[in-house]
Design a binder for this molecule. Structure first.
Ligand code: ATP
Ligand code: MG
Length: 354
């Protein structure tokens, strides 16, 4: 077993990172870098499930996400950056897990069903789109982590991953069907049964009426790299239906989701909620200005760090970081693949990646 417990999580390069990523997962990743052996994955293969016609965009977004990570405080010395398409063990493990999960496990996955609707894919999605959920089991298990920090929308995916790990360990590792999840490795299983670690805010709504989650693909996101005036403009797009500063408001509406997520002083949050609920001359515009200020304070140091990478030399530096990460990632993933194949009686020699 590794010395430190491991974390695996990641993002799909379908755009830059937004505030939902920060509160849902990224903030935790930054905080846990010392306690855990961290792997952060760029799901660039999965970006092709919906953007197979835009390879140049996927490449650019891959670099942008690494820049967002560095800006947010991910340290590539301490944490390993994993580029999915350069780690062949992930694709191979995907096949094995595809055999252990049923068609209905995949097609009934509530997050997948929801994505097919909200991303307008209903009758036109590729065969590869549902496959990404199985691929994600392999992304995770290739690194044998115990913890996966993610937003709420990922919970069904992590459940699928746990199911695949249990089934693999029981079938090929001799683990009892009655074993506790935490005992799988001690009983001879290849994979720990990993747990989801849902962020401080599991589901940040997008700017708008609050019905959709903030998402790169839904045009409702405030990006970590947005300029201060764009943050204010986007916050102004939040709609609550409230008419005047003296109308009693609902302090759990979409605007207050942002108040709770981004105004750091709990006493100030409580005061705003109280005045809002009583209609104590507190307009939505005032609350929005305060929220935008708080967000800009959070983002300012990230913008400054990001500026260091916004040049051709910055791109070259990011590519070097990716290359170094790939090397470390392959060392771990190849070991996992070897252990998995051995358990499956597929040990016909141990391969080395030159
Ligand atoms: P896409 O629209 O392409 O699916 P996305 O905005 O949903 O992009 P992902 O790359 O799918 O972003 O998600 C990366 C991580 O961020 C996941 O752990 C996910 O749960 C988390 N996350 C994404 N959006 C939010 C949100 N609005 N609130 C909390 N966590 C989120
Ligand atoms: Mg998503």
């Amino acid at each position: 077993m590794p010395e430190k417990p491991r974390i695996l999580t990641g993002d799909t390069p379908t755009g830059r990172l937004h505030l939902g990523h920060w509160v849902g997962s990224l903030e935790r990743r930054v905080a846990l870098q010392d306690q855990y052996d961290c792997y952060f994955l760029l799901a660039n293969m999965h970006a092709f499930t919906t953007r197979f016609d835009k390879p140049a965009d996927i490449r650019q977004d891959t670099l942008e996400i690494v820049k967002d990570w560095l800006a947010a405080g991910i340290d590539p010395q301490r944490s390993t950056i994993v580029l999915q398409t350069e780690v062949p063990a992930i694709a191979e493990l995907t096949w094995f897990f595809a055999m252990l999960l049923s068609f209905n496990d995949v097609m009934g996955n509530p997050t997948l069903v929801h994505e097919l609707e909200t991303k307008g894919l209903k009758d036109s999605y590729s065969f590869g789109f549902p496959m990404y959920t199985v691929g994600q089991c392999a992304d995770i298990l290739a690194f044998r982590p115990t913890l996966v920090p993610v937003g709420e929308d990922q919970a069904p995916h992590i459940e699928m991953c746990r199911k695949a790990a249990r089934k693999f360990n029981q079938l090929y590792g001799g683990v009892s069907n009655r074993a506790n999840d935490d005992d799988h490795v001690a009983q001879g299983g290849v994979f720990p049964v990993p747990k989801a670690l849902i962020g401080r805010v599991g589901r940040l709504p997008g700017v708008g009426d609050g019905s959709a989650k903030m998402s790169k693909s839904l045009n409702n996101a405030i990006f970590l790299s947005d300029a201060p005036k764009d943050v204010q403009k986007k916050i102004n797009k939040i709609t609550t239906g409230r008419q005047s500063p003296t109308e009693p408001g609902d302090p759990s509406n979409v605007l207050f989701k942002f108040v709770e997520a981004f105004i750091p002083d709990p006493a100030r949050v409580a005061e705003l909620k109280d005045r809002y609920a009583r209609g104590d001359n507190l307009g939505d515009g005032h609350v929005k200005a305060e929220v935008a200020d708080a967000i800009n304070t959070l983002l300012e140091p990230m913008r400054a760090r990001r500026a260091e990478f916004d040049s051709p030399a910055g791109d070259a530096h990011v590519l070097d970081i990716i290359k170094a990460g790939v090397k470390r990632a392959n060392a771990t993933a190849e070991e996992t693949l070897y252990l998995a194949k051995k358990a499956m009686r597929l040990d016909f020699g141990r391969r080395t990646l030159a």
